[in-house]
Design a protein around this ligand. Sequence first.
Ligand SMILES: NC(=O)c1ccc[n+]([C@@H]2O[C@H](COP(=O)([O-])OP(=O)(O)OC[C@H]3O[C@@H](n4cnc5c(N)ncnc54)[C@H](OP(=O)(O)O)[C@@H]3O)[C@@H](O)[C@H]2O)c1
Length: 444
Amino acid sequence: MALIECLLSASEEIGKIYVLVRAKRDMTPAQRITRVLSSEIFNHHSDESKAKVIPLVGDISCENFDFDEKTLITIRDEVSVFYHNAGVIKFNKSVKEAVLGNVLTTLRAVDLAKTLPKLSAFIYSSSLLSNSNRGGLIREEVYKTKKSPLEMIKLALEEPSSLDKVAEPLSDVIEKHRNSYTYSKQLAENLIVEKMSGLPVGIVRPSLVCGFYNHYIPGWMGNSKGAHIGMFRASVKGMIRSLAGTDDALMWSIPCDYVIKAMLSFTVSLGYNKIASKQPAIIHISNKSDLNPVSCKQFAKYLNEESWKNPCDSYILLARVKVRDGIRLKLAVLFTFFFALLTYYPEKWFHLSPKWCRGMDIVSLQYNYTKVYKTQVSVIDDVSVDNVNELLYRMHPDDKAVYNFDVRNVDWRVLLARSISWLRQYYYKDSNTVTWMHRMVQYL
Ligand SMILES: NC(=O)c1ccc[n+]([C@@H]2O[C@H](COP(=O)([O-])OP(=O)(O)OC[C@H]3O[C@@H](n4cnc5c(N)ncnc54)[C@H](OP(=O)(O)O)[C@@H]3O)[C@@H](O)[C@H]2O)c1
């Protein structure tokens, strides 16, 4: 959604934006796109501009996305830039599901992109964690997997498949990754190297994506269902009180608009740089220990203080998030679970709780977030950012004024304050004002 909005904002002259969509929960792809375009981030776009977004019914795991011949002719005729963002972003899936969701889908995208005569850029959204099985400095290059991605796809398609199980963290099946997701992202990158040599290909590796920093709707966080963002929205209502981690651990983070701006600049740079290369260009887009770091302790402090400054109209408890790890974290999760058990039947029978504070949802959010932290945040040492710096350096000053994605400019406290304000106004549909009543309740 964010990418579509930023593309529409990039230029009034932008052509059509074809979006692959599948039908879901009794909604047709056209209805899903209409719903997407009704989000507040599109409010400043005219109907004419929104009409440039064209849904294409299909499935990325099928050959040619299952498009009919007429659609294929249209896109081969018109498409010059291809963004491959789709994937399965779950850490508890079997190796088979991860390979089918992230590697087979990449194969289908690559195969289709290679048939586009006008292709000027193919951008793949990978992850900062795609090489999290390595220690030390991770460079902006593709690290070869032991197993071939095509071989893994073949194994995953077998019935029954030897990849049917959820792999043990750090096991050989997933080449010492912590989960099948990060392994499948590394395999997908290998596949791109194997299949797209000599084509204008870019791989973007973002860290944990937060809300919009500088945008018409600052703080926007999308559907807020992801574990990281879910934790955030529950914390401001005092429902989640534990930030999994250690005080000094780095929160590898990046605002969503910075990722998109980097992608757009990358697209232009690939389009102009016609020299065919054997390796895809890669950028890491994130903070790091020597580049505007924010620790878990600082993150919790900003979250608490900004939530107190701008409290929601209703909440369970005032925001008081603490960084917890080990047994303290387990006990906190257990306590939430027992509390949820106590309220389970009253909630079910009497519908006492509003949607945002159902006990079991909170338990699952806290549990998922804890898992995300363990498998994401504290697992890499350092990454190089030479390519992303070069991209920034080469930007025209006029473009830089609009598309600056230099992470040094992010004030994490301000980002959290903007996200809280967005949550109040758009997600919880709060008054988004702070009156003496809010203050009274706080100090009672
Ligand atoms: N979010 C982060 O913090 C983060 C960080 C680093 C990297 N990334 C990468 O960025 C990309 C986008 O992430 P996200 O957070 O935006 O994920 P997301 O919200 O879960 O979006 C993934 C999209 O892929 C689509 N998709 C999956 N399988 C499909 C299929 N077979 N056919 C058609 N569409 C399919 C899903 O469609 P439906 O809506 O129909 O399910 C969904 O819209 C991913 O590749 C992820 O690995 C994300």
